[in-house]
Every structure is written in structure tokens, then in C-alpha cells.
Design a binder for this molecule. Structure first.
Ligand code: CP
Length: 306
């Protein structure tokens, strides 16, 4: 494994190795404090981010390495017309590994073909977000105790939500997974996911429009934001943005051990009154993102605790 572009670049056993290492890092962080001494991570973010960029940077700093990079296309030479291919050729001589977020689907894949350092896809358009998937899987495995035998509800913008696409792709490889897809018609999962992933793997799923109706059957509820930046016109966004709002009343329908996840940022799709519910784990989930990215950096750079 040299790059991480799609969640499927990792086999189930490689995923397990990374999650196991993340678990060891959580238990004994000091043991890993010098694992990346002298190594540099470049964060090439052509699109806004809080968690992904800063958790990557925190991860590298926690490992004893250093970070460099840019946080918007405007503050890089992309604003002057430089291609991703030329940028990554140059960055390959400045850093040992890079994380790239880009609004265009496939941009990190293109970068990986010109790069001599590992490229990590930190989110490409509405396509994939494999390190969010690692974060989600670590959260589920740690707090739920398993990655199989789960009924998982995805709610909100399932069309443009790259975190949903990546997590579905990753989870179909575990046993006895059922999906409940909760969205308005306009924001249903893309056809390729339905046909090439769910149908092709004979994964049971249903598509519904009312969250309350399905709450009692869920083991996990993965809420998502309606992705304003991916809409072609504001009218559609305004019409759809408040389709689902999870509040304390709706949480009354849920199992006592159902977990609520959200990749964040949240806008208004989870009422703040839910934050104090012990089943709401989205802030813990964001914290796990640092540990799993530490584990990923270690794996890609082939370094150990020292
Ligand atoms: N979850 C996630 O990707 O958050 P950011 O957009 O803040 O990085």
C-alpha cells in the first residue's frame, strides 16, 4: 500500500491493522511520540476543512514529525493556474507524505500517479473520504464493540455526501450489515453505489423518507449535512436543507444503545439538545480521527514505535 485514495485500497486485514494500531496509540500515546522524527507531512487543501487538516497536522506532530502546507487554493499557485500534477511533483521533494483535499473528484488519484511520496485522499468532491471512513470505523469498533451484525441508518444528503459513499463501500465487506437510507428523493445515493456496491454484493437495504419510522431498528445513525457547496442552484439547497433535523423527541424512538455519528461540520441537522445524550458520539468520533490518522501515517511511512 503506497497511497490511500479509496477506502477499498485497504483490505479488511489492512484496515484491522490500522484500527489495532490506533487502539494501541490511544492506550499508550507516549510510545509513539518519536516515530516520525525528521519526517514531514504536507497538507494540500484546495477546499475548506477544520477536522481533517488539523487532525492530520496534530497526528504528525504527535508522532514527532513536522507539517507544512496550504489551506486554500487561493493561497497556493493553483490560483495562478498550476496543475495538481506539477504541484505534487514539487511537493514530493519538500515532504515525505501528503494529504490532499480537492473539490474535483479524482484529483488525489491524478496526484498519486505523479507523486514519489504517499498521497492520502483527504476528500475529493462528492466522491470519497477514506480517512473519515477510518475514523468512523474506529469509532464504531471502539464504542459498539463490533463492525458486523449492524443495522446502519444514513440520513440526509446521501447523494453528495462523500463520507457516506466511502463508509458504505467499506462496511459491505463485514458480515450481516443492513442499511437504511433516509433521504428526500433528490438526495438519494448515486446509482453506481446502489447497483455496483449494494446490489452487486447482495446487501440488504431500504430507502425511506421518514426518520422516526425507522429509528427503533437502528444500531447506528449516521447523520449528514446537506452539502451546500455541491448544489448547482441555491433554490434547491434552500428547499432541501432542513429535510431532517434530529432532536431529543426523535431520539426517544431509538434503542438505548444506538449511537449517533456525524462526520461534522454540523449545520442544524442535529439539534444541540442531542449533544448531551450519551448516545451522541460525534465529538468523540472527531477525536478518534487524530489517532487513526497517526496509525495511517505510520503504516504508509513504514515506521514503528521507537
Ligand atoms: N469531517 C470532515 O471532513 O470535516 P472537515 O471538513 O472539517 O475536514
Amino acid at each position: 500500500m503506497k497511497h490511500l485514495i479509496s477506502p477499498l485500497d485497504l483490505s479488511v486485514s489492512e484496515l484491522k491493522e490500522i484500527l489495532d494500531l490506533a487502539g494501541e496509540i490511544i492506550n499508550e500515546p507516549k510510545k509513539y511520540a518519536n516515530s516520525c522524527n525528521g519526517k514531514k507531512l504536507a497538507t494540500l487543501f484546495y477546499e475548506p476543512s477544520t477536522r481533517t487538516r488539523l487532525s492530520f497536522e496534530a497526528a504528525m506532530l504527535n508522532l514527532g514529525g513536522s507539517v507544512l502546507g496550504f489551506s486554500s487554493a487561493d493561497s497556493s499557485s493553483a490560483a495562478k493556474g498550476e496543475s495538481v500534477a506539477d504541484t505534487i511533483r514539487v511537493i514530493s521533494s519538500y515532504a515525505d507524505i501528503c494529504a490532499m483535499r480537492h473539490p474535483k473528484e479524482g484529483a488525489p488519484l491524478v496526484a498519486s500517479t505523479y507523486s514519489s511520496i504517499p498521497v492520502i485522499n483527504a476528500g475529493d468532491g462528492g466522491h470519497n473520504h477514506p480517512t473519515q471512513t477510518l475514523t468512523d470505523l474506529l469509532t464504531i469498533r471502539t464504542l459498539k464493540g463490533r463492525l458486523n451484525n449492524l443495522t446502519v441508518g444514513f440520513c440526509g444528503d446521501l447523494k453528495f455526501g462523500r463520507t457516506v459513499h466511502s463508509l458504505i463501500n467499506a462496511m459491505v465487506r463485514y458480515e450481516n450489515i443492513n442499511f437504511v437510507l433516509i433521504s428526500p428523493d433528490e438526495l438519494k445515493i448515486p446509482t453506481y453505489l446502489r447497483e455496483e456496491v449494494l446490489d452487486a454484493n447482495q446487501i440488504p437495504f431500504k430507502e425511506v423518507k421518514v426518520l422516526e419510522d425507522v429509528m427503533p431498528e437502528l444500531d447506528l445513525l449516521y447523520m449528514t449535512r446537506v452539502q451546500k457547496e455541491r448544489f448547482f442552484n441555491e433554490e434547491d439547497y434552500i428547499r432541501l436543507k432542513d429535510s431532517f433535523i434530529l432532536d431529543s423527541k426523535k431520539m426517544e424512538y431509538a434503542k438505548s444503545d444506538m449511537l449517533v455519528l456525524h462526520p461534522l461540520p454540523r449545520v442544524n441537522e442535529i439539534s444541540t439538545e442531542v449533544d448531551d445524550d450519551p448516545r451522541a458520539v460525534y465529538f468523540k468520533q472527531a477525536e478518534y480521527g487524530v489517532y487513526v490518522r497517526m496509525a495511517l501515517i505510520m503504516k504508509l511511512l513504514e515506521v514503528k514505535a521507537c
